[in-house]
Ligand binder design. Structure first.
Ligand code: PLP
Length: 458
């Protein structure tokens, strides 16, 4: 008999989660105005809102918390982290920050001016935010295959080289402070970028004398996909792969809340001394002195261990394959999802799941609410509510995809939880034709409405 997969860790500490009844959840979600962000976590059974900062630390990480060095300058925890970042990324210079967007704030303060353009593959919201805040523009150069949920392309995070070259040809290089490649590409569904593509982007950047920066929040998951899907990397270790792709770039920003396996933190790593020196000034202004940058010594120690653990094959296999397990299970039930499955989440395709609910009634949100009512599961809408209104016409913007993201926290839930989620989805899917109506907005903020929007059932 073929042996089933079993996780490469055992459990030393448990956290209870609250069960509830459907009646309770119907009452709670109404009180929350059908906005899942308004629910307190003790009203949620399985929380798939995000994989950011929600992972479980290991015994070795907790041990580091006890021996953290809280010295203002030059703490040993800082040096531990700096050495690990050097080992995994190869970049020469390192600056800690309190989270990923803080790394963006510091680096972009040093590099981005009004009128600049920054090409990349589906920039993450905060990245785009920090670019647009500086009156610069983010230009999406992701391959077209990324926007078709049924296309099985193995590297849907790839940059389209023709689109990138067009940007380089239509803008003077003084207006392009850098190109940013997000690994894995969060906004296109946790989809990886291939080594071949990274290499080609790097060559094109060099040819046009443009700096290449990685938004590396999920770099370890990206390396796992390269090992599994790209020829020539089968026998390489994850750490060899990460070092290889980072060698094609000039620097990175990192949200350590993802592949750092910690609950809070971030950093910048760079090769260029001049950029590093410019960034130091902003780091000291916004974050803290250069040997802590908004992080506690103990948290830097835990991050050093977390980065090491996150770049081990066994851990990554347990992480990515758990998500694929859930994906395969619900696909077998007929549930429409984005394929291939992402590195950190499963995305339900609400346009195919509940076409009976009009788009004007926020069908992806309706599906997310149903998942909560039926199973106590909290996902998040990535559809019309998130896409917000056009700033000029104030009309709803309807994106190509209406998705519900089920982000899986790292080392937190078991295969039984995956089976439970799959069963809830099957039950909802089997009665999908009864869903005729969604929601209407009764109150919303002028921007970023999804966090505070109030809805009413139609
Ligand atoms: C989460 C994330 C960020 C921002 O990081 P925070 O730690 O949430 O500030 C930037 N880029 C990507 C790809 C991310 O996933």
């Amino acid at each position: 008999m073929k042996l089933p997969y079993a996780e490469p860790y055992k459990i030393k500490m448990v956290e209870s989660v609250k069960r509830s009844t459907k009646e309770q959840r119907l009452k709670w979600i109404k009180e929350a105005h059908y906005n899942l962000f308004n629910l307190s976590s003790n009203k949620v059974f399985i929380d798939l809102l995000t994989d950011s900062g929600t992972g479980a630390m290991s015994d070795k990480q907790w041990a580091e918390m006890m021996i953290g060095d809280e010295s203002y300058a030059g703490s040993s925890s800082f040096h531990k982290l700096k050495d690990t970042v050097k080992k995994i990324t190869g970049f020469k210079y390192f600056l800690p920050t309190h989270q990923g967007r803080a790394a963006e704030n510091v680096l972009f303060s040093a590099l981005v001016k009004a009128g600049d353009v920054i090409p990349g593959n589906s920039h993450f919201d905060t990245t785009k935010g920090h670019i647009e805040f500086r009156q610069a523009a983010a230009i999406d150069c992701t391959i077209d295959e990324a926007f078709d949920t049924s296309n099985p392309h193995p590297f849907k995070g790839n940059v389209d080289l023709k689109k990138l070259e067009a940007v380089f040809k239509t803008h003077p290089k003084e207006k392009i402070p850098f190109c940013i490649v997000t690994i894995t590409c969060n906004s296109s569904g946790g989809q990886p970028v291939s080594m071949e593509n990274i290499k080609a982007v790097s060559a094109l950047c060099k040819q046009h004398e443009i700096t290449l920066i990685f938004d590396a929040a999920r770099f370890a998951e990206n390396a796992y996909f390269i090992k599994k899907r790209e020829t020539g990397f089968e026998n390489k270790t994850i750490k060899e792969i990460t070092k290889t792709f980072f060698s094609f770039g000039d620097g990175m920003t990192m949200s350590s809340k993802k592949d750092g396996l910690v609950n809070m933190g971030g950093f910048i790593a760079l090769n260029d001394e001049e950029t590093y020196k410019k960034a130091i000034t902003f780091n000291i202004m916004f974050e803290g002195f250069i040997t802590y940058g908004g992080m506690n010594g103990r948290d830097m120690g835990a991050l050093a261990v977390g980065l090491d653990e996150a770049t081990e094959f066994d851990y990554l296999e347990s992480r990515v394959e758990q998500i694929a397990y859930l994906g395969k299970k619900i696909v077998a039930f007929g549930v429409p999802v984005q394929k291939p499955f992402g590195g950190h989440a499963i995305f339900l395709d609400a346009n195919k799941f509940v076409p009976t609910i009009p788009r004007e009634e926020y069908r992806a949100q309706a599906l997310a609410v149903e998942l909560y009512i039926i199973g106590g599961i909290r996902g998040v809408e990535i559809g019309t509510i998130l896409a917000d209104r056009d700033p000029i016409t104030r009309e709803n913007r309807y994106p190509d995809l209406e998705l519900v993201r089920l982000a899986i926290p790292r080392r937190v839930y078991s295969y039984n939880h995956m089976d439970y989620i799959a069963a809830v989805l099957k039950n909802i899917f089997d009665s999908r034709n009864e869903a005729k109506h969604g929601y209407k907005i009764v109150e919303e903020a002028p921007i970023m409405r999804h966090f505070t929007v109030k809805l009413e059932k139609i």
